[in-house]
Design a binder for this molecule. Sequence first.
Ligand code: ADP
Length: 328
Amino acid sequence: MPSKINKIGVLTSGGDSPGMNAAVRAVVRTCAYHKLECMGIYQGYQGLIDNNLTPMNARSVKDIINKGGTFLKSARCLEFRTPEGRKSAFENVKKNDIDALVIIGGDGSFTGAMIFQKEFSIPVIGIPGTIDNDIGGTRFTLGYDTALNTITDAIDKIRDTASSHNRLFFVEVMGRDAGHVALNAGVGAGAEEILIPEEDMGLERLLESLKRSEKSGKTSSIVVVAEGDKTGENVFEIASYVEQNLPYYEVRVSVMGHMQRGGAPTCFDRVLASRMGVFAVESLMRGKSNVMVGINDDQITLCPLEKAIKGKSKIDEDLIRVSDILSI
Ligand code: ADP
């Protein structure tokens, strides 16, 4: 029989993503609904080490469902990677009578949570918050949908200028290891080519494809490039190679950068965060631990943290085909 949970701590860790605030709100209010105490921990694991935390009630999380970023702040905390750091963190967990933790973050944060749980037997549950959508055990992570909308909006604007000047734009988007963002935003924005880490297209094939487009009457084009694409060294190198070999187009590069992480969460991300937050607290109350909340076939589910970390979601091969067909 799991021991009764009376007080839950919640933190946001690693890279921030839109929807984290909505998830914290859901956790805090579900605690209030079930008459549990809740502590908001600032700056991820750093706040546990520094004892930087505060009691939260239903009103503490007003007016945040619509805000990007995380009002609890996030941090990359090196100390938590050491046994001494985690010991200090656990001392503060005990001092504050916290019985369980909700960790909102990515695979790094979940790795820390798993180690912490193993060392001190504290129940932990993860909520996936990352724009990259590169976590196993869930179809969607918080912030992914918002980032896709932000990127397609931006590419729509780039398209206006591209078509006015016969320009070929290379647009770099986030995704060092995973091409989900590039592939989906690329299809959504009607990109000519989409370069992702999972597939090395090669500069020659890219050039051939762009030449074919030019012959078929395209006067401007957009190529979406994930940061981690292996076709060239980086987006500037790819662009300069193409520029030298395709004199018809004026080539331009646009790097989306950190704007992709920000902005008000979409309705999809707010609803997802709300559902995941409620489920996280109620799962802890049912004695679950060392698991992550996910969404699969529109059902909120649980999977072991280990699977979430190791089971990176696969790229959608069918969507690659869709993109190939539609960019004719
Ligand atoms: P994300 O959660 O977005 O993947 P990070 O990889 O930066 O982001 O991880 C967030 C934090 O999780 C780190 O700053 C660190 O405090 C903690 N963490 C990550 N990996 C480990 C680890 N192997 N051991 C302990 N803590 C870790």
